[in-house]
Write a protein that binds this ligand. Structure first.
Ligand SMILES: [Zn+2]
Length: 412
């Protein structure tokens, strides 16, 4: 089998997909189920069909493109990632795994390889939490981690339910049917940019992921008392934003004070009411994101934050409510997939680093139902989720090549 990646075509396709965007280039904004996202998905489907793959979509918009193997009834070998993008993002997050996965399949086809197990490209729906406040919606449903009812009732910022939004997009199937049957995949590999600086620093071109860090998120609502910014004197105030500021620093400290580098905590959303220059903030809503590779350590950080909330509430006479939005367990990548990836790296003379994924991915959820692994390529300065996100052509090509080799190993 002589495998060759069509680098020019793959890079051109990445540029073409980046043009489906609601932001000024080079920024990419592609929020799930917007007309732009749907057009981008239709374009990806047309590329898959051109490659002779059989395409189907489930009720939430997960898109499967299958190259039938010699044993079509046997579990499939899957690869893929997502194409939705947060506001003002770059063009490689997710996309490298989708278009790189497609090119890996085409490379196998060109080589004359004939898979035993079918090889399937999976374009996950709604990986980013932008629209419905929860990440990996598609893969949570595929793995049964989230119930169809709960998923359908999720609302976007305009108050529209996920169920209504997906129906408007022409997806009318039953959300209950999204969950994949047991044994659907023999194995699954996601190719992705690292979204961190370690590969670049080590000057190593590929990363074989050993485990995926566990994210948890909390919504915190602080209720204080509003009033005129001129008339209410300082001792009489219950300023919700001042309480929030104190709590945000406590969150930072809770993560920083842990010895482990894998512990991180972020307040990424902070909505202030009523939001007027001459009015004391009466209410603040924040969303916290806490991650670790170690579940016990992460839960320890959450307890520290809970304690800090209680202290701030007592000290500032405000009420603080926290609501757990999700707390997923970390995943360990499957030994057989890691071995397939490592052997493929060696076969193509590519050095690799065994590493932890600190960002979470659809693979975290697919790992609940199938042996799963991830292959990372470097991205410049570790930048991701920003317009200057960049992956070098040779790294993208090498990633697609090693992915193709690993898919071949897993489907024979
Ligand atoms: Zn991603």
């Amino acid at each position: 089998m002589k495998l060759g990646i069509d680098q020019q075509r793959l890079l051109t396709e990445i540029e073409t997909l980046a043009a489906f965007s609601d932001a000024v280039p080079p920024a990419v904004t592609r929020i799930a189920f917007t007309p732009t996202d749907l057009k981008a998905r239709a374009w990806v489907i047309s590329r898959c069909e051109e490659a002779g793959l059989t395409v189907r979509q489930d009720a939430v918009g997960n898109t499967f493109a299958r190259w039938s193997g010699a044993a079509p009834g046997a579990p499939a070998v899957g690869t893929g990632s997502h194409i939705d993008a947060i506001p003002n993002a770059g063009k490689y997050d997710g996309v490298v795994g989708v278009l790189g996965g497609l090119e890996a399949i085409r490379a196998l086809q060109r080589s004359g390889f004939r898979p035993k197990n079918s090889i399937e490209l999976l374009v996950f729906a709604t990986e980013e939490p932008t629209r419905f406040g929860i990440g990996c919606l598609g893969s949570r449903l595929l793995s049964g981690t989230l119930s169809a009812d709960t998923a359908g009732r999720l609302r976007d910022r305009d108050g529209e339910s996920m169920d209504a939004v997906r129906r408007k997009a022409g997806l009318n199937g039953d959300l209950q049917d999204v969950k994949l049957p047991t044994g659907y995949y023999k194995g699954f590999v996601e190719l992705h940019i690292e979204q961190g600086p370690l590969l670049e620093r080590a000057q190593i071109s590929l990363g074989v992921v050993m485990s995926i860090a566990a994210p948890a998120s909390l919504r915190i609502s602080i209720e204080g008392a509003g009033g005129h910014a001129g008339s209410v004197l300082m001792p009489d105030r219950k300023d919700a934003l001042c309480a929030a500021a104190e709590l945000i620093l406590a969150v930072e400290n809770a993560a920083q004070s842990r010895a482990a580098a894998d512990t991180v905590a972020t307040v990424g959303v902070c909505d202030v009411f009523p939001g007027a220059v001459n009015s004391i903030p009466s209410r603040v809503r924040m969303t916290l994101d806490i991650r670790d590779t170690d579940l016990t350590r992460r839960d320890g950080v959450m307890q520290t934050i809970e304690l800090a909330s209680q202290n701030t509430a007592a000290k500032r006479h405000v009420s603080i409510q926290s609501e757990l939005l999700n707390a997923d367990a970390p995943a360990h990548c499957a030994p057989e997939v890691r071995t397939a990836l490592a052997d493929s790296c060696r076969k193509h003379g590519a050095g690799f680093l065994e590493m932890v994924s600190r960002a979470y991915h659809d693979s975290l959820f697919i790992s609940r139902i199938a042996p799963t692994g991830m292959l990372f390529i470097p991205c410049r300065n570790g930048y991701s989720h920003r317009p200057d996100e960049y992956a070098a052509p040779e790294d993208i090509t090498r990633g697609a090549l090693v992915l193709a080799e690993a898919l071949a190993k897993m489907s024979t």
